[in-house]
Write a new protein. Structure first.
Length: 338
């Protein structure tokens, strides 16, 4: 895919909007189903939590039913050209490579995005939808992300874009981009939180049974997921148990006892399967949990350290620096206490 010849940044317009925010989700033949369904579900639930907050439109280059990559169709999409008014939030999904390229160039989605962005308060992409934004000239000089497997290609095709390879979503002013598939839900919750507040976003997360409200500092490949890749069923179950019991004794001796193994054999088996020591895994998971609590709560750092299983704030800070490359202040909005 080639970059648009002349790039322009998404304008951060402060135009007056009606109380009901118009959300446009752009789909196309071969779209990834979750890329569309996850944000649509989040914004629809936000409308239930805050009646009249959003009106969600499913658009496509030609309108009508659109086949997803999963084989079923999204019915009754609106032709994108019919969306000719002010747009609050414009989100383009990702999908099959050939289908996305066809939508961008043959069906005119790239050109339409370029002009639609000028009348949108904010523009976003899910997964490889970032390539559509790039073709529309919207990523030049901006920070952005996409699926971890497509980051190198995005960097190659868009040398003027600062590709963030290890983020589940990235915000650069009025431009938002998210990583692979399910991260579109994380980004949608963040967009809703910006509009309606954290309490509403948390309620939607609970309604959708989201395990945790992940932030833009969350890596695409979590330590827990990487550790589970080559692990046995017994070790995967233990790793899952650890994540739900961070305040308990998670020493090698305690974990070995739970796994019904000797400490020596357990340490060897865990390192061989998880590709890291038990202590490192525990520290990584605790650091991730602390980062999430800093984002989601107003709790002081002492309480967050305790709830994450750290003996002190200093220990928590060192773990976050070592395993996440973050300081607590980077995870907490400026208006929250430290």
């Amino acid at each position: 895919m080639s970059r648009h010849a002349k790039s322009t940044a998404v304008p951060a317009k402060a135009a007056a909007h009606a109380p009901c925010r118009e959300v446009v989700l752009l789909a196309f033949e071969g779209v990834e189903a979750i890329d569309i369904a996850a944000p649509a579900s989040a914004f629809s639930k936000a409308t239930l939590a805050a009646p009249g907050a959003y009106r969600v439109h499913m658009a496509s280059p030609r309108g009508g039913p659109v086949r997803t990559s999963a084989g079923f169709a999204v019915a009754d999409t609106v032709p994108m050209q019919a969306m000719d008014g002010l747009i609050d939030t414009l989100i383009v999904a990702g999908g099959e490579e050939d289908a996305l390229r066809h939508a961008i160039y043959e069906d005119g989605a790239g050109a339409w995005l370029a002009q639609a962005a000028q009348r949108s308060r904010r523009v976003a992409s899910v997964c490889t939808g970032a390539f559509a934004l790039a073709a529309a000239g919207l990523l030049e000089g901006c920070k952005a992300t996409t699926h971890i497997n497509a980051c190198d290609l995005l960097a190659q095709l868009c040398p003027g874009t600062q590709v963030q390879r290890d983020r589940i979503f990235v915000r650069d002013g009025a431009l938002w981009t998210s990583a692979g598939v399910t991260t579109g839900l994380d980004m949608a919750l963040a967009l809703i939180e910006e509009d309606l507040g954290r309490a509403v976003a948390m309620q939607i997360a609970r309604d959708l049974a989201v395990f945790a409200l992940r932030t833009d500092t969350t890596p695409q490949l979590s330590p827990a997921l990487l550790a589970q890749t080559d692990a046995s069923v017994r070790m995967r179950e233990l790793m899952a148990w650890i994540q739900g019991h961070l305040t308990q004794d998670l020493s090698v001796d305690a974990l070995a006892q739970r796994a019904h193994m000797s400490p020596r054999n357990f340490a060897r088996a865990f390192a061989a399967q998880a590709h890291c020591t038990p202590a490192r895994f525990v520290a990584q998971v605790r650091a991730q949990h602390a980062a999430a609590l800093l984002r989601q709560t107003d709790w002081p750092q002492e309480k967050i350290a305790a709830r994450s299983g750290f003996g002190s704030v200093d220990t928590m800070i060192r773990a976050m620096q070592q395993h996440l490359g973050l300081e607590p202040a980077q995870c907490r909005p400026a208006n929250k206490p430290t």
